[in-house]
Design a protein around this ligand. Sequence first.
Ligand code: FE2
Length: 301
Amino acid sequence: MKRQFQAEQISAAEKKGYFHIVLLADPHFPGRITSKKEEVLKRIATWEDVDFAVILGDLCEISGTPSEYKSAAHFLDMLQKPFFPISGNHDCFFSNYFSPASPSDREKKIQLFMETFQLPQMFDEIELPNQNLFFLSVDSLTSHYYTAISEPQLDWFEERLKKCKKPAIVFFHSPVFDEKFLKMAPFLENYTAQPYSRVTKIVRENPQINLWVSGHIHLAPTNPFFFHDSTFFEGRRLNLFNCDISGMSIFVGAGPSLENHGKFWTQSLFLYPDKAISRFFYHGTEQWIENWTRNFPLKNI
Ligand SMILES: [Fe+2]
């Protein structure tokens, strides 16, 4: 498993002038259209300037069984790049489809996640020369929400943020929605990072968090909600949504109705000393979609 991101790789990226991070959300391995998933992973393996990938949760198809984890490890090996996996609800929350697992079962699934990807813990931080990256995971054993972070993990996150004066970029399975959107659709409580009051307090008190990079919502980037106001949190440009790479996305509206399809987009984040550029690659025509490119100035506090 090529996970480790070494100091020499950081200096190689610095010489190149930017970091290229490929964002892969919700692959749900093995799931449907496995040959297309394989094609996408093998294509990314040929991109020479990629520094690493982040797998934004829901690596497992349904409930984080040993065979799903085995499949996830098998597919991700095709990347041939270092990668940082974070867990989603389908990796450690469900016992069966839409039924929450018991605390001891969740603990076993989390253990399996760490064993599969050789992780000492479920969360991590990488200090790059100009940004700090935080990798958070769904790991609550007791929450009834799909995507909840445990209190010890949030304690660690808060402590680390106190020391972080550089622009911070957070990777977590679900976005942080502004309260006005939660009020519009109660089902969104399962589609925002929980526990909501503590997570939003941390985000509010730490303006050095420049971007919150997420998966989970399975929105196709052609959906008008993808580049919508819902990416903002309290007037702040914050959320960077990612489309799933499972062929099950929402093309119309914001409701949780998934459509099966065979389209694959991946988003790449290019980190420069003072900005992040996001670009989309459409694997159908093997082209970058230049008119979806966005520029995010990165601010210190
Ligand atoms: Fe999810």
